[in-house]
Design a protein around this ligand. Sequence first.
Ligand code: 5AD
Ligand code: SF4
Length: 441
Amino acid sequence: MNVHDSEKIAGIFSEAGLQHAGELKEAGVVVLNTCSIREKAEQKFYSELGRLKSLKKKNPDLKIAVAGCIAQQKGNSLFKRFPYVDFVFGPNNIDSVQQWIKTSNGERQAAGGKQSTTHDARRSSALQDNPEYHTKILPMKREGRVRAWVSIMYGCNNFCAYCVVPYTRGRERSRPVEDICHEVRALSQQGYKEITLLGQNVNSYGKNINNSGDLTFLLEKIHEIDGIERIRFVTSHPRDLSERLIDAMRDLPKLCDHLHLPIQSGSDKILTLMNRGYTYAEYRKKIDSLRNAVPDIAVTTDIITGFPGETDADFEMTMNALSEIKYDGIFAFKYSKRPETRALDLPDHVDEQTKSRRLSRILGLQESITFEKNRALEGKIFDILVEGISETNPDTLTGRTSTNKIVNFCGDKGDIGKLIKIKILEAKQHSLFGEKMINVQ
Ligand code: 5AD
Ligand code: SF4
């Protein structure tokens, strides 16, 4: 979500005629697009801001903007703590950058290139509720040429007890179907082959629009767009994952065989405390139904260890869930206290050491499951959408299976952007290595 927001911010600067600086010290403007999902992300921001402070000492004309969830949450108080920050804007006010650029340009012109006003007077922020944000069409400077992100909704109404998102990104708002389809059509004309629809809880897409279709309806519409060969969507909420969507995953060939379905915990007691709205048995039933409909589907998940009240027995239930479900991959995190969230007030917070120990056990178990699953793919042939040159080995190309597994192989640059058949030769821990099949249709 944040990476895509950065593409929007960069798009606005591009449209205003500004270019990406090759190096930080050459930049005239720096935007820090922040994340506050866990404390670690927040700490990263503070240390980055410290680096910028010394840069601004050397170049007082440098403009520093803070965007994203920390900006939304800390608001104008950031100016007090960090007086060298010029502009603060929240995730639902990205369009305000257009105005900020205009104002800053105006100031510069009025002062003949010199600073016109005192630093204090030039500081501004855009943090207010922006009820029309979901109807805005923003320019974008996308990072890739083959795969593109497309926002379909903003915000979240779920208030999971640990999560800061509803406080920073606000209430759920869906973009109109026509706007989304228009964007996807344009992407197809630009040569993009795969799109990933983005939202905090995509399964409730359309709920805030009168007479609108749901996510399945939207997927059917996008499916009709020529040139787009693969469609993905994140993130699904287990409670709202419908049979109708599962049927669509079976019936619409462009929908990729992968679902990210965060479970968070295998203990019903913890799931209730988290306010997740499902039990482990209900979650399992959805996975079974998904696997019945799409037998080779890859399923990935998110897990939190050491949520307040999690006992050893609760934790073992999560370990058991991993062994039973056998995910293709997981993202696991230690519970992190977030401002305003309900979990702060829960009793029996778990100590850091226990959280870490549980996290390593979870990761250790999953490593062996992932590897075992990858090994089972050796010798098989898959359609790979080739994305580009591998970052880890410039002599190889990289792409993904429909199930979202990374595959590296030797090929030529002409393959980039194409769907080609690859035979898997070797499974690695986090990727697969394969060879291009010649004369296979
Ligand atoms: N602590 C730890 N993990 C968290 N997540 C969200 N909030 C927290 C938190 N306070 C995790 C959840 C979510 C993923 C995006 O981040 O697992 O699914
Ligand atoms: Fe956070 Fe829960 Fe909303 Fe996901 S569904 S963004 S975890 S509140």
